[in-house]
Design a protein around this ligand. Structure first.
Ligand SMILES: [Zn+2]
Length: 351
């Protein structure tokens, strides 16, 4: 009995400690729903802002690098859009409010791109592409998106868009331009990372926040484009290896950690591939007319945030941030030298 009592006392003591000391506020369901709806609207607008920035920075690089990706080029109108029918459940209601309930809404147009030149603007509602009508029912929706995909690889560069702008119906004929066929997409993750999967360039929200300066974001995008364009994923022949910007195992280690990072076996050529992606990235940025001066400082900022990635470690899958800073600085010197000597400004390939 004594034992039981003492257990009871301990139990009561624990529950007393675990509970809050103040009463929780009361709110009714309508208030809660209204606040949730407002927060979803803010979240969707922010998501669209992230995507706009990603396209603004990636598009000029994809376009300029098309000279380096001969058999991987696609057509592009230089615009992006979204339809509320792409969203599910409570997000559909939010999307209806922001994008409208019918039609494919233009959410981004490249400055001076083919769509901009033809007169397409953000918030235009596309109701047909090459006479394939937009529809919210499943079949029509699929047909519409299939047509959007088809024009990217069609032989004719012309795309006909039927729009609704206020009460006007407009027909635009857009002559598409060539870009590298590796679209930049946003991943919801808060991890500071980016990767290439052989088809796309994936940038996390965490990386978008870390790379506050557009020049930093451009370097990350160009690096991932390098992995795709140089065929690193085919060469690695392992599906699970993604061409990431940073060795996360190393980066997660803090100051004073003397560990062995990454798996040497799984990433035998990875340091070389990482170095190559950094190297060609500078050439893509240069081709896009972006300033290179100061680009290397990205790796100083990364080192400050992830001290585990500073020191050289030959078993790590990625070169150390110190090496990457120096290699980028040397590449910029190489590019400047080629420009000064009137040489073609292309990556120097081994024979
Ligand atoms: Zn990489």
């Amino acid at each position: 009995m004594f034992k039981l009592n003492s257990l009871l006392v301990i139990f009561l003591f624990l529950t007393a400690c675990a509970g809050p000391n103040t009463a929780r506020m009361n709110y009714d369901t309508a208030e809660l729903d209204a606040e949730a709806a407002l927060q979803r609207e803010m979240a969707l607008k922010k998501y669209l802002n992230y995507k706009q920035r990603l396209h603004n920075v990636s598009y000029p690089i994809l376009k300029a690098a098309s000279q380096f990706c001969a058999n991987k080029q696609i057509n592009s109108v230089g615009a992006q859009g979204s339809a509320s029918a792409d969203f599910k459940d409570s997000w559909r209601i939010t999307a209806n409010k922001i994008l409208g309930s019918d039609g494919f809404i233009i959410t981004w147009v490249a400055d001076n791109g083919p769509a901009a030149v033809a007169g397409l603007a953000v918030n235009d509602k596309v109701i047909a592409v090459n006479d394939v009508q937009f529809g919210t029912n499943n079949l029509q929706h699929k047909k519409f998106y299939a047509e959007i995909n088809r024009i990217q690889t069609s032989k004719s560069p012309l795309a006909k868009l039927t729009l609704k702008r206020d009460t006007q119906v407009l027909n635009l004929s857009i002559k598409q331009e060539k870009i590298c066929g590796y679209p930049a997409v946003l991943a919801e993750s808060d991890a500071v990372n980016a990767y290439a999967d052989g088809k796309r360039i994936v940038i996390t929200k965490g990386m978008m926040r870390f790379a506050q300066d557009d020049q930093d974001l451009a370097l990350v995008i160009a690096h991932e484009l390098g992995h795709n364009l140089m065929g690193h994923l085919d060469k690695q022949q392992t599906n699970f290896m993604l061409g990431t910007i940073l060795d996360l195992a190393a980066a997660a280690s803090g100051i004073n950690t003397q560990g062995t990072f990454g798996s040497a076996g799984a990433s035998a050529f990875s340091q070389d591939f990482e170095a190559e992606a950094d190297y060609v990235a500078l050439y893509y940025m240069n081709a896009a007319g972006l300033p290179l001066e100061g680009t290397a400082s990205f790796w100083r900022e990364m080192a400050a945030e992830h001290p585990g990635s500073i020191g050289s470690n030959h078993s790590a899958s990625h070169p150390a941030t110190s090496e990457r800073f120096l290699a980028i600085s040397k590449t910029i010197e190489e590019i400047k030298h080629k420009i000064a000597n009137g040489q073609p400004v292309r990556p120097s390939l081994k024979n």
